[in-house]
Every structure is written in structure tokens, then in C-alpha cells.
Ligand binder design. Structure first.
Ligand code: SAM
Ligand code: SF4
Length: 426
């Protein structure tokens, strides 16, 4: 989501005299787009801004700004902490960047804008994918109304608001016309798409409509809340050809007591039931998830239940985190804080189990032929290209740049933890 926000910022500055550079030293304008989901992410922002301090000293004309979730939460306090900042703007004000720059240029004084608007115009900015890109993000909704006890998102991104159905379709059609083959639909809880529109449009309908757009070979979406994964969405995995055999379905914990304290509104049995239905509808589906260890009150038994759930589901990949307390969230008031050493122990052990599962899953693919959409040159060597299977696995194989954007059949000849090695058949 933040990557997509940054793409929109770049698009906003197109034609206003600014051009992109990868070197901070050369820049006349630096905007740090921030995340505050965990304390670590927030601390990174402060050290990054610290590194820009000397640039600002050397060249006082350099304009330095902060946007995104940390900016939303801290507002004026950021200017007090970091007096050399010129711009602080929150998640609902991205579309106003050119106006803010003009104000700083005119007044020479910092601008701070962290208001929430009912509709967020930034979702209407069509951020074209980089030239030749085959894959693009499409925001379908903003904000979140779920208020999970650990999570800062509803406070920094505001209320849940879905984009209009026909605007989304028009954007996807425009992307297809530019050669984009794959779209990833973005929202904090895409499964509840349409609720705020009040006109009956649902997520499954959106998937079916995008599935009809010529040129769009692949549809992905993120993120799904398990409580809203309805049977009609699951049916799309069977019926919409372009919908990839992959779902990111964050479970957070395998203990019902912890899930209840997290306010997740499902039990582990409901989650397992959804996994069963998904695999029934789509036997090859790859499933990834998010898990938090050390949430307040999580006992050793609770933690063991999470490992049990992992054994039952066998995720393809997993993003796992130590619980990080976020100011203003409901979990701040909960008893039973888990010691940092214990959180670390649980995380290391859980990640070792997941690595074992990921390896087993990947090993089973050796010898299989898979459809790969080529995204670009491989990171390892320019003699190879990299692409993804429909199940979201990275595959590297010998080939030239002429393959970028093409869907090819690849035989898997090697498996690693984070990628596969293949040989092109076509
Ligand atoms: N909307 C998604 C959902 O419902 O699961 C998740 C959005 S959040 C940006 C991504 C992940 O960060 C969450 O699934 C959760 O595992 C993790 N996360 C959020 N708040 C956290 C916290 N306070 N401490 C540790 N991990 C956290
Ligand atoms: Fe945060 Fe996701 Fe829960 Fe919303 S649904 S509060 S974004 S974890």
C-alpha cells in the first residue's frame, strides 16, 4: 500500500519540473513515506531523517518532507522533534503535495496537514506503472473499520471507504490498454469491499467484472480479513480464470482466547474451515498469512496452539512479528505483557517451523511445469529473468529481456527457501 502511495506521489509531481533520482544527494525534494505499524518501522523513519540532516545543512534549499502514517499520527510533534522539516502531511492529503510545495516556496515556513477527509481524492490518481511494467496496484478501498486491538491502521488511515465500482473498472481497463497483465487490488480488508457504498456492489462482483477485462491475465488481492471471506468470494477461485491461485489470509494467532482479546471476530476453527473450503474450490491454492507472537496474555499453551494451527494449514509463506505496542490502540490497556526475550524465542522457533514448511512446499514443485509471468531481469545475474507463478512463487530462469511481460511455461528444476529455479519450455 505504501509503495502504491509513493507511486501516486511521483505521478503528482510529473510535469511540475521535478524528475526522479535515486540519489538523495542530487535531490531538491525528499519525501519520506512512512509506516507506523510496528515500533521498529517508526524508529527507522527517525534514523532516516537524521541521515538527511547534513544534506539540509549543506543545501538549505533542499525541501524535506514526511508523509504517511507516522506523519498522520505525529503531526506538529514531528516539526518539534525535527525542526529542519519543511512538510508533514498525512494519509488523506497525498493529493495536495503540489499545493504544499508551492506554500513552502512562497512562505518559507513548514506546512503541516493531517486532517481527515470523507473521501480521499488520492485514490483517484492513476499512477501509471513504470514503463514496460507488467504488474500494477489498484486501490479499491481506503481505511479500516475493524479496530483489531493491536493495530494502529484505523487511527492513521481513517474509516473504511470503498472506491466506486465503475471507477475501479475504468482504471483497470486503462492499465490493460497500457500493457499491464496483472493487477493487485489493494485494501486493508478487501473482502468487505462495497459495504460503505451501500449500493449492493460486492467484492466477488468486482472480481468477476475485472476477470472479464481483455488483457488482464492475472488478478491478485490483498489483504483479506478471515471474518469476511464469504462463500461467493471463495467460489471466484473456481470460476474466475484470471484470479490467481493465491491468497494472503492473516490468522494472527491459533488460540481462540488470544483471537478474542485481539478482537479478530473469528475462532481458529472458522479459519480452518475457510482454508478447507478454499482448497476444495481450488486444490492448488497457495496460502500465506500473518502471525503475531507475544500479544498481551499469550501463554505458552496459546503459543503452542498457533504452532498447531501452522501444522494443520501448512502455509506456503508467512509474515511473523513480535507484538509491538502502539499508542492509542485497545491492547495498550491489556494485562499479561510478554517479556521481550520470550517474544523473541517464540518468533525464532515459529519462523524455523515455517521455513521447514516453505521448503517442503517448494521441494514438491521440482519437476512440475508452471506458468510464469516474466517481470524483469533476475537480481542474481543479467543472464536470467525472474517472474512469478500464479501461486506467487518467484522463479529465476535463463532468458533475455524480450521475455518481459510474456507468460511462459517453465519446468521447475530447483527449490530454495525464497525462490525456485526453472527452465523455459516454450
Ligand atoms: N489488514 C490486514 C489484516 O486484517 O490482517 C493487516 C494489515 S497490517 C498492515 C499487516 C500485519 O502487521 C498484520 O496482519 C499484523 O500481523 C501485523 N501487525 C499489525 N499491528 C501490529 C503490532 N502492533 N505488532 C506486531 N504486528 C502487528
Ligand atoms: Fe489493522 Fe487489518 Fe485489523 Fe484493520 S483489519 S485493524 S488493518 S489488522
Amino acid at each position: 500500500m505504501n509503495v502504491h502511495d509513493s507511486e501516486q506521489l511521483t505521478e503528482l509531481l510529473n510535469g511540475s519540473g521535478y524528475e526522479r533520482t535515486d540519489t538523495a544527494r542530487q535531490a531538491d525534494l525528499i519525501i519520506v513515506n512512512t509506516c507506523s505499524i510496528r515500533d521498529k518501522a517508526e524508529q527507522k523513519v527517525y534514523s532516516q531523517l537524521g541521515r538527511y540532516r547534513h544534506l539540509k545543512k549543506e543545501r538549505p534549499g533542499l525541501m524535506l518532507g514526511v508523509c504517511g502514517c507516522v506523519a498522520q499520527q505525529q503531526g506538529e510533534r514531528l516539526i518539534e522533534k525535527i525542526p529542519y522539516l519543511d512538510l508533514v502531511f498525512g494519509t488523506h492529503n497525498i493529493h495536495r503535495l503540489p499545493e504544499f510545495i508551492a506554500r513552502v516556496e512562497k512562505t518559507g515556513r513548514p506546512v503541516v496537514e493531517t486532517g481527515f477527509h470523507e473521501t480521499v481524492p488520492s485514490v483517484g490518481i492513476l499512477a501509471p506503472p513504470e514503463k514496460g511494467a507488467v504488474s500494477a496496484f489498484v486501490t479499491i478501498m481506503q481505511g479500516c473499520d475493524n479496530y483489531c486491538a493491536f493495530c494502529v491502521v484505523p487511527y492513521v488511515r481513517g474509516r473504511e471507504e470503498s472506491r466506486r465500482f465503475h471507477d475501479i473498472l475504468a482504471e483497470v481497463k486503462a492499465l490493460a490498454a497500457r500493457g499491464v497483465k496483472e493487477v493487485t487490488l489493494l485494501g486493508q480488508n478487501v473482502n468487505s469491499y462495497g459495504k460503505s457504498l451501500g449500493n449492493g456492489h460486492r467484492f466477488s462482483e468486482l472480481l468477476r467484472a475485472i476477470g472479464e477485462i481483455e488483457g488482464i491475465e492475472r488478478i491478485r488481492f490483498t489483504t483479506s480479513h478471515p471474518k469476511d471471506l464469504s462463500d461467493d468470494i471463495i467460489a471466484c477461485f473456481r470460476e474466475v480464470r484470471a484470479l490467481c491461485e493465491f491468497i494472503h489470509l492473516p490468522v494472527q494467532s491459533g488460540s481462540d482466547a488470544v483471537l478474542a482479546r485481539m478482537s479478530r471476530k473469528y475462532a481458529s476453527a472458522d479459519y480452518l474451515d475457510s482454508v478447507r473450503k478454499l482448497r476444495e474450490a481450488c486444490p492448488d491454492i497457495a496460502i500465506s498469512s500473518d502471525i503475531i507472537v507475544g500479544f498481551p496474555g499469550e501463554t505458552e499453551q496459546d503459543y503452542q496452539k498457533t504452532l498447531d494451527l501452522m501444522e494443520k494449514v501448512r502455509f506456503d509463506t508467512l509474515f511473523s512479528f513480535q507484538y509491538s505496542e502502539r499508542a492509542g490502540t485497545a491492547a495498550v490497556g491489556l494485562d499479561g505483557k510478554v517479556h521481550p526475550d520470550e517474544k523473541r524465542r517464540r518468533l525464532i522457533e515459529l519462523q524455523a517451523l515455517q521455513d521447514q514448511h516453505t521448503r517442503e512446499k517448494n521441494d514438491k514443485l521440482v519437476g512440475k511445469t508452471m506458468e510464469v509471468l516474466v517481470e524483469g531481469t533476475s537480481r542474481n545475474t543479467s543472464r536470467d529473468v525472474m517472474g512469478r507463478t500464479r501461486t506467487n512463487k518467484i522463479v529465476n530462469f535463463a532468458g533475455g529481456n524480450d521475455l518481459v511481460g510474456k507468460t511462459v511455461r517453465v519446468r521447475i528444476v530447483g527449490a530454495f527457501l525464497h525462490s525456485l529455479r526453472g527452465e523455459m519450455l516454450d
